[in-house]
Design a protein around this ligand. Structure first.
Ligand code: FNR
Length: 380
């Protein structure tokens, strides 16, 4: 608290709001309309992104008094690893659209705070280069399962060799949704400028496009990438193939239904992320926070339940944990931080979120995630 109120937050960047709900407006001023639309946009009418936020308002924290909260500990254990706070950085593709330092800046900011960053398969930087930027920082890898099994196997093997500790398999995006802002922004030429180096650097991908990606075959490479990107034919049976290829924890991202969570447990998975991709896939889908307690109830004793979609404040983190999540992933806020100030911008966003979480937790009469449960909240 002394650090926050006497010394200030530090790293305060010009035009950089401490209120993370105002980041979107600040980022709009520094990004091109296309780049801004890529981050801010959601599926269809964008109502599910709105539902995600509104769902937090239906739960209210009930503060408790006189409980000695002078010593607090935000840390949680996930897959046997102690995380300093219950917050991870969600996988976000092609971050070079937002800042020249892209995924490297994000990895460095996360590592500086000991937070786990999840790298997207659709990274504009090769996963090995991001691992180098992260140094000893904890890192997970997110798989978009391509159509070619050979390519999937190569991506996964590279991630394991580069020291990524867990595999997050995103299942809600086997094809991109109807996203009006991306469609208006003519997505493909836009991607041409930054490239999708994580695919372009892959040996199996290069074999598909006849060698290393150069200016001469760049358009063909982009089309190959689009063709490979998602695999709508996947079924639960395919998970056994993946389970054999990854020795660490596997987490399924995009789970919204308790039966899917139960099937994940039956398939030998280690965790789920209750997520609707920040409202970017199924327009009109249930708010992610509304899906959380049902999933936690179904599998919380067998799987690690993580949550994302709509986290903006410390109180949001508290609500998600009270409703059954072990930890949360945050998406757009750090993307806006990256756009506004590169590595320092991401660090500012993360530090602000953690400081807000620490203060709000204490003022609610709680000393750490272990104190959180159903009696922390009432339904409004
Ligand atoms: C995403 N998301 C995402 N998810 C994923 O598994 N792989 C990816 O490459 C991406 N890319 C991506 C880009 C952008 C710009 C956004 C905003 C989101 C979804 C992301 O991991 C996460 O589920 C949501 O961002 C969480 O919602 P909030 O925090 O943005 O509301």
């Amino acid at each position: 608290q002394n650090e926050i109120y006497l010394a200030g937050l530090g790293d305060v960047l010009p035009g950089f709001p401490t209120d993370l709900t105002k980041l979107e407006d600040a980022a709009r001023d520094v990004l091109s309309a296309r780049a801004f639309g890529y981050v801010a946009g959601s599926a269809g009418s964008e109502r599910t992104a709105r539902f995600n936020r509104e769902a937090f308002d239906r739960w209210r924290i009930v503060p408790r008094l006189l409980r000695d909260v002078s010593v607090r500990d935000l840390s949680v254990e996930v897959f046997g690893q102690r995380m300093p706070a219950p917050v991870l950085l969600a996988p976000l593709g092609v971050q070079s659209i937002l800042h020249a330092d892209g995924e490297r800046a994000t990895a460095r900011a996360a590592a500086a705070l000991g937070l786990t960053s999840v790298l997207s398969t659709a990274s504009s930087t090769a996963l090995e280069d991001v691992a180098e930027a992260a140094g000893t920082g904890p890192r997970w890898y997110q798989l978009y399962w391509p159509k070619s099994r050979e390519l999937a196997a190569s991506l996964v093997a590279r991630a394991e060799a580069a020291g990524y500790q867990a595999l997050v398999v995103t299942l809600d995006t086997f094809t991109l949704a109807w996203r009006p802002r991306d469609l208006d922004g003519a997505y493909l030429p836009f991607l041409r400028a930054v490239g999708v180096q994580n695919y372009f650097s892959d040996p199996v991908f290069q074999a598909m496009v006849g060698g290393p990606v150069t200016d001469a075959n760049r358009d063909a490479a982009l089309l190959t990438w689009v063709g490979q990107f998602g695999n709508p034919a996947l079924t639960w049976d395919d998970l056994a193939w993946l389970r054999e290829r990854w020795s660490g924890p596997i987490v399924l991202k995009g789970v919204q239904h308790p039966d899917d969570a139960r099937r994940a447990a039956a398939a030998g998975m280690d965790g789920v992320v209750v997520s609707n991709h920040g409202g970017r896939q199924v327009d009109g889908a249930v708010a992610s926070l509304d899906a959380l307690p049902v999933v936690a109830e179904a599998v919380g004793d067998r799987l690690t339940v993580l949550f994302d979609s709509g986290i903006r404040t410390g109180s949001d983190v508290i609500k998600a944990l009270a409703l059954g999540a072990r930890a949360v992933l945050v998406g757009r806020p750090f993307a806006y931080g990256l756009a506004l100030g590169g590595e320092a911008g991401v660090r500012h966003v993360l530090r602000s979120l953690l400081a807000d979480l620490d203060l709000t937790l204490a003022l609610a009469g709680l000393t750490g995630p272990g104190d959180l449960g159903p009696d922390t909240l009432v339904r409004a």
